[in-house]
Design a binder for this molecule. Structure first.
Ligand code: ZN
Length: 357
């Protein structure tokens, strides 16, 4: 690389940083300009943000959580993390479709590409107040879809369109679609019938037996098994408590923990308290040795005001809380569940509400 092209590369990296306000992943804070590498772009990001943090504090990465000044500690943090992050990072939209006055214009399904091989779909509140989230995880040989929505929407059309676009982009002829469920409640399985019998498609049943048999889980709920999508390994963690066949998925590619209705920014309905308590502890234990970037559930029911949830059945979510939570929320939930085990009760936290019934 000659001096001119180096200058050009640095200028592009700087411009990219200045135009990109996407927050760095909590697992790879030194990847300030997200590209799954800690590199010269991140170094330039620190230099350009040098001094007290202003509007954009993404370069304030050391000590963990920041100290409101971008300084030599941040520079050293970047240098210390130099090279590939080992994690496929991604982005979230600034806002999800949130129903209400926009029902005339918002689509039935919002499709957000988190990264090259990961899609997040949201069903519109205008079609069903549950407005669940649906995930598509592409490996080389299989694409796993978690959940199929809460009511009759044109989901299969949308999903096969995404798959065909992915195949074209990867020069690949076909891929096997595996439809599984976070759990068997009606708001996560409604469009199963659109996929049953389709080519290159397997739809896993919703009973605990069907889930166990498909993934090869012998000792439910204590056994954690692996499921390979082809170069993308998932860990399948049984987490009954909200519902008897509930599972979590941990994606080793993105370090995302998918928690379904067991943990999300909303009302955490608990039908079997002891099972739920053990399931939360199981995820805490698992994630003590498996790093978590994000905890992603399947609904949003909280607003951005701490402790404030939208009324049950609401089809309008102004000022909606983001979808993504972190492992800190899992730890907060675990401590609260343990503390209330003698007398389970509804308990409002800033970003979720524990709701035994
Ligand atoms: Zn649900």
């Amino acid at each position: 690389m000659n001096r001119f092209s180096l200058c050009l590369a640095m200028a592009i990296a700087l411009a990219t940083f200045l135009c990109n306000s996407s927050p760095a992943s909590p697992c790879a804070p030194a990847d300030i300009v997200p590209n799954d590498q800690v590199d010269v772009g991140d170094l330039l990001a620190v230099i350009s943000a040098w001094g007290p943090v202003g509007k954009d504090d993404s370069a304030d990465i050391a000590p963990p959580g920041g100290d409101d000044i971008v300084n030599v500690a941040d520079l050293l943090a970047v240098i210390g993390a130099w090279g590939p992050t080992g994690i496929s990072g991604g982005t979230f939209p600034a806002l999800w479709i949130n129903g209400g006055p926009n029902c005339g214009t918002e689509p039935q399904i919002q499709v957000h590409q988190y990264n090259q091989n990961t899609y997040i779909l949201r069903q519109s509140l205008c079609t069903n107040f549950e407005a669940p989230f649906i995930y598509l995880l592409f490996g080389q040989t299989k694409v796993l879809m978690q959940d199929t929505g809460a009511s009759n929407i044109a989901l299969a059309t949308k999903v096969y369109q995404i798959i065909n676009e992915w195949l074209a982009a990867h020069g690949q002829a076909s891929i096997q679609l595996i439809v599984t469920h976070s759990h068997g409640h009606g708001d996560h399985i409604f469009c199963d019938s659109q996929f049953i019998g389709q080519p290159n498609t397997t739809v896993v049943g919703i009973s605990q037996t069907a889930v166990k048999n498909f993934f090869g889980i012998i000792n439910w709920p204590t056994q954690i098994v692996q499921y390979d999508l082809g170069g993308r390994m998932l860990d399948v963690i049984p987490i009954p408590g909200h519902q008897t066949a509930h599972i979590a998925l941990y994606d080793r590619d993105t370090d995302i923990l998918f928690t379904g209705d067991t943990l999300y920014p909303g009302r955490l309905y608990i039908s079997a308290f002891t099972d739920y308590k053990n399931s939360i502890q199981r995820m805490v234990d698992f994630t003590s040795t498996n790093p978590v970037c994000w905890v992603l559930g399947t609904h949003i029911e909280m607003s951005n005001t701490p402790g404030d949830d939208f009324p049950i059945g609401s089809t309008s979510h102004p000022n909606e809380h983001p979808l993504q939570l972190t492992r800190d929320h899992l730890l907060e939930l675990n401590a609260a569940i343990i503390a209330m085990q003698a007398a389970p009760h509804i308990e409002v936290h800033d970003e979720f509400i524990i709701w035994p019934f």
